[in-house]
Design a protein around this ligand. Sequence first.
Ligand code: 5GP
Length: 182
Amino acid sequence: MREMIEQVLLDEKQIAERISDIGKKISQDYQGKDLLLIGVLKGAFIFLADLVRAIDLPIALDFVAVSSYGFSTETTGVVRIIKDVDYPVTGKHVLLVEDIVDSGLTLRYLAQVLAEQKPASLRICALLDKPERRKVSLDVDYVGFSIPNEFVVGYGLDYNGQYRNLPFVGALKHSIYSKSEA
Ligand code: 5GP
């Protein structure tokens, strides 16, 4: 699979160190509070698995799933919830955990839907951020890495359902997606 990657942007060590730092920060910020982490499936599954083990607090966990880009590398702007939270988030300290913020549309929509249930607090944590691509304003409270405007895969992120199991974050060779999107 490595031959499909143009360039490794973040290796395993860099990712592990950054997640350890974010975990410590979250542990300080939520000291004495009941924290509910909500992972956005599927892309956040590896990040979330590592992040929860870097948090030294009792936590609860839930998941939401939203419609993906399908076979494209561009968002349609239409976000659809495929799997909602199992329990209402009313009165809870919620941390929404996402793999990457691109246009910001997915997280803005999810944050709006969750805010309607009146959580005690609602923050956002994303492993990756592409600030250049933002279409809507969004406060991301915990960011792993800001990255350039490249389509990336690995460490949970896919292209066409593949590459999620790469242990690093890398830019896919342009020839791979230009072929499928032609
Ligand atoms: P947004 O709604 O912020 O435009 O997009 C968020 C979602 O788009 C992410 O959860 C992810 O599924 C997908 N996405 C955005 N950029 C990338 C990227 O570079 N690589 C991959 N694999 N997915 C991306």
